[in-house]
Write a protein that binds this ligand. Structure first.
Ligand SMILES: [Cu+2]
Length: 157
């Protein structure tokens, strides 16, 4: 009798822990969204998208284009050269770390065919830092695009 009581207690406790873990994880699993960027003639549309951590981006109309990450925030993983795969569509892996990701279409980089994915909340400082990096490592179009990022989280002071 006594042992049964203890087992029942432990079981109840574990169910509680498992349930609260599920409740905590569920919103992330359920809310992961797929955002669509279309490769138009010489530009990505839209060129800037705002997503949440865990979301994916689906590139369409990619037959003569690619999508290679050039700028990745600290702690983040871009999709690297996976976007070089031939085919009509390319879906990125889930993008987990917050920050500004910049990618280019290599065949058309000369036309300024680049795009930006803003993941989660970015601060004015994040934006400035990425702009700096874009200027150091790349040319023109990234600077302009990053400059257009207009969803900035308020700085806590
Ligand atoms: Cu292209």
């Amino acid at each position: 009798m006594k042992i049964k009581g203890v087992i029942a207690m432990i079981t109840t406790r574990y169910i509680g822990i498992i349930l609260s873990a599920l409740v905590y994880m569920l919103p992330n699993l359920v809310n992961a969204e797929e955002h669509i960027v279309n490769a138009a003639a010489r530009e990505f549309k839209p060129a800037i998208i705002y997503v949440q951590p865990g979301d994916t981006v689906k590139f369409t109309n990619m037959t003569s284009h690619n999508s290679v990450t050039y700028l990745v925030p600290e702690g983040g993983t871009g999709w690297g050269e996976k976007g070089k795969m031939a085919g009509g569509t390319f879906i990125t892996p889930a993008i987990d770390a917050e920050g500004i990701y910049g990618y280019v279409c290599e065949p058309h980089i000369g036309f300024g065919m680049v795009g930006v994915v803003v993941v989660g909340g970015v601060s004015a400082d994040d934006k400035a830092a990425m702009k700096e990096r874009a200027m150091a490592e790349l040319q023109g179009p990234f600077k302009r695009l990053i400059g257009k990022i207009n969803k900035i989280k308020p700085t806590l002071k």
